[in-house]
Write a protein that binds this ligand. Structure first.
Ligand code: ATP
Ligand code: MG
Length: 738
């Protein structure tokens, strides 16, 4: 029996002509550029089977690369399903990063080079973020805001992945003026200690490319080992990734690249579609196959998505079609309020005959928190892809818990120390220092009364004391309201947004999420426990992967997957498209908006039979507006022309645009968002000539000189460096080295 008949019998999938052609085209370069659901991944898997079973290629000579760890697992599963009966050989499915890391490790071992990763938990001293924060502060003479940190991190990742040449660094758009300088300093810093190179994730790729280029022995080894190279989801490969693949595949170029340019959703990581569009120039004689027939979804879904993606400019023009049945119309529900959307989704999950065939998609991870809260209350299990529990570690969550802790015991100066600057009692740092050292065990507020720094503080302290006491007996949601209103926490957040470059709306939405989680809980302790529980439930949900449960996922992480029913939630202007997407678009820069369009398209095309788009008109007392993309879908369904993108003026108007340069020194001094290590040096007097210190980034050293506001430290590995003393103290940069 021939291979294709056998596969049909075994898997029920009968490949079409183009797919068969792609499978048979084993020798030489091939680009398979095709729409969602057209069978790219299926073809790639079949091709691996074909290589092994028909061409008798040993599995060890095949390398299959895909985008994320999650897709590696999905690929392995699909391959198992198809071929477990026919072969026991294991094919190497790998992410480009894990492959690159393997090459780099081998090279370092061979040349006896020591290295250290600067990724992982930020609590590690030598962490990418700490290093960049330090370099930023040195270059800009001011600590970065969170937004600036995000900006500079994406800039660095982008220029590394795109391999932007040094002289063009300044041309890459970035709102941080000295981005190029910071990048150069960061690169230099990582190589400074030649006996211990520092590596981040992007370095793995650039080092790997470098090793493959210059080390002939390693290059030849891998070129000979991997006779056949296949890459799925290649539309999200960056320049450096394409280049690695190019070297590996040489000289025979038995390369199969599978991609869909309409599904590029990682531009900010340097994804490069141009490399796909120029495939035949890079690989002369390459075959390019396209497939437009969708086997996944109903006609309704395919036709609508096909119209919608026309919003994406600069694309290979494809017309996706299907021979599947018409199916039900796409459902669009505009709920009056956010909580009604939440209840609706949970109802639908409960009603679902087969929840394993259902996925809930959202753009941002934060959308999952309240959903998880509700699912747990109703005892509905779920599986969550790419769990992200950053929310529970956010400083706002810590603040709220600390206020609550204080209400149990207002004698704790160490807790007050963490929140005093975030409430309206005019407490000064010096006063806190006194409290910490006075050895007394009475109410902090009473003790402060004996040491007022201004007469008006007396009443403020009395009020604060009373409010905090009252809070303890309140149900937790009311306690949070009290923190926000009476203790002035909302004002603090507004202030911080204004001066430190946070997005005010994001900050307020975190407190209001906490407030909702608190609803119905009896007391403050129950609230603290509830947060722990939700975090735990999210983390342990991965054990439900193969159970009969609903899946929750970001749109990004749903790439390549398919489900009978897809519910896309929180489809409001400001989320998808985001405010930033909208602002850039209005300003004439369409890139980000196009990426949001593609992301929405990826979401829609996950559905086999049933697609629902959910939105609402109000959240936390604020009016919201359904996503402009929903308008598009409606128009398509009514047979109307799309016309201009209908963006909400309101959302744009709400935005207070703050130039980042007005961050004042004073405001920055209040910034204290990271956990302070126990032995952090926080007092100027603890720094004397000769004091041994541990620096967050430069490790061990001793104080060489103190001059005015500046301190010079001689580091064991990095030589002498100068810092602003205040900056070191406020950022807890130094710990005692004794
Ligand atoms: P995406 O772009 O979303 O990753 P894809 O192009 O990789 O999609 P697949 O996931 O491989 O598409 O296939 C989509 C669905 O179509 C799968 O359920 C697969 O089994 C089915 N399919 C693929 N080819 C055929 C075929 N020739 N006949 C019937 N069904 C097929
Ligand atoms: Mg696929």
């Amino acid at each position: 029996m021939n291979f294709f008949d056998k596969m049909n019998e075994l898997t029920g999938v009968s490949l079409n002509d183009v797919q068969k052609q792609a499978v048979r085209h084993t020798d030489g370069p091939l680009l398979l550029l095709a729409s969602p659901g057209s069978g790219k991944t299926t073809t790639l898997n079949m091709k691996i089977g074909y290589l092994m079973l028909v061409k008798k290629v040993p599995a060890a000579n095949i390398l299959a690369i895909t985008f994320s760890k999650a897709s590696v697992r999905d690929m392995e599963e699909r391959f198992e399903q198809f071929f477990s009966e026919l072969t026991s050989q294991r094919v190497q499915f790998s992410t480009i990063h894990s492959f690159a890391y393997k090459v780099v490790r081998e090279y370092f071992r061979k040349n006896q080079i020591n290295y250290q990763l600067v990724e992982g938990a930020v609590t590690d001293m030598l962490h990418k973020k700490n290093i960049i924060r330090t370099i930023f502060s040195e270059q800009v003479k001011q600590a970065p805001t969170e937004d600036e940190m995000d900006e500079i991190l994406s800039y660095i990742s982008f220029v590394k992945n795109r391999m932007v040449p040094d002289k063009e660094l300044a041309k890459v758009p970035c709102s941080i003026g000295s981005a190029a300088k910071i990048f150069r300093a960061y690169e230099e810093f990582k190589k400074q200690n030649a006996s211990n190179l520092l590596l981040d994730f992007d370095d793995m790729l650039t080092y790997c490319l470098d090793v493959l280029q210059k080390d002939e022995q390693i290059r030849t080894k891998y070129q000979q080992l991997y006779q056949y190279v296949l890459t799925d989801e290649s539309q999200d490969n960056s320049v450096v990734q394409h280049d690695i693949v190019q070297i590996l595949a040489a000289p025979q170029n038995n390369l199969c690249v599978v991609a869909d340019d309409d599904q590029t959703i990682f531009m900010w990581r340097g994804a490069d579609v141009a490399k796909l569009l120029n495939f035949q120039q890079i690989y002369p004689g390459a075959k390019v196959l396209t497939m437009a027939q969708n086997y996944r979804s109903t006609k309704e879904i395919v036709d609508t998505a096909n119209q919608f993606i026309k919003r994406n400019e600069n694309r290979y023009d494809k017309k996706m079609f299907t021979e599947n049945e018409q199916g039900k119309p796409i459902e669009i529900h505009n709920m009056r309020r956010y909580d009604l959307q939440l209840n609706y989704v949970v109802d639908e999950i409960q009603k679902a005959p087969n929840p394993k065939e259902m996925i809930i998609l959202y753009r941002n991870n934060s959308s999952a928190i309240r959903l998880v809260d509700l699912l747990e209350k109703k005892d509905i299990p779920f599986y969550m892809k790419d769990v992200d529990v950053k929310f529970f570690k956010h400083w706002i969550v810590e603040d709220i818990l600390n206020f609550m802790r204080l209400s149990y015991n207002d004698r704790r100066a160490d807790i007050l120390e963490r929140v005093y600057s975030k409430m309206n009692a005019y407490i000064k740092k010096a006063q806190i220092q006194v409290l910490l050292n006075d050895g007394q065990d009475t109410s902090c507020f009473d003790r402060l009364q004996q040491n007022l720094h201004a007469p008006y503080q007396e009443q403020a302290l009395r009020k604060a004391k009373k409010n905090i006491k009252t809070m303890n007996a309140l149900p937790p949601d009311e306690a949070i309201r009290l923190i926000r209103d009476k203790l002035g926490y909302d004002k603090t957040l507004k202030n911080r947004a204004e001066h430190l470059g946070f997005n005010e709306e994001n900050l307020l939405s975190i407190v209001s999420q906490l407030e909702h989680i608190a609803e119905g809980l009896p007391d403050l302790a129950a609230f603290a426990q509830r947060l722990k529980d939700i975090e735990e439930i999210m983390k342990t949900s991965r054990f439900n992967k193969n159970e009969q449960v609903v899946t929750l996922s970001t749109m990004h992480s749903s790439k390549g997957l398919e489900f009978d029913s897809v519910y896309m939630v929180d489809l409001v202007d400001g989320v998808i498209p985001s405010k930033d997407d909208m602002k850039e678009y209005k300003a004439g820069n369409k890139e980000q908006m196009m990426e949001a369009v593609r992301l929405f398209y990826v979401g829609m095309t996950r559905a086999r039979k049933h697609l629902e788009l959910l939105t609402y008109s109000q959240k936390d007392e604020e009016t919201t507006r359904p996503s402009a993309f929903i308008d598009d879908v409606k128009k398509i369904m009514l047979g109307e022309q799309l016309g201009e993108l209908q963006l909400s003026e309101q959302v744009l108007k709400d935005e207070v645009i703050r130039p980042k340069s007005i961050i004042t020194n004073k405001a920055y001094q209040q910034k204290k968002v990271r956990d302070i290590p126990k032995d952090a040096i926080q007092d100027r007097n603890d720094l004397q000539r000769g004091t041994i210190v541990l620096h967050q980034v430069y490790e061990r050293g001793f104080v060489k000189k103190i001059e005015g506001d500046e301190i010079e430290i001689m580091f064991d590995h990095y030589g002498a460096k100068k810092f602003m003393i205040d900056f070191c103290l406020q950022q807890s940069m130094l710990r005692s080295g004794k």
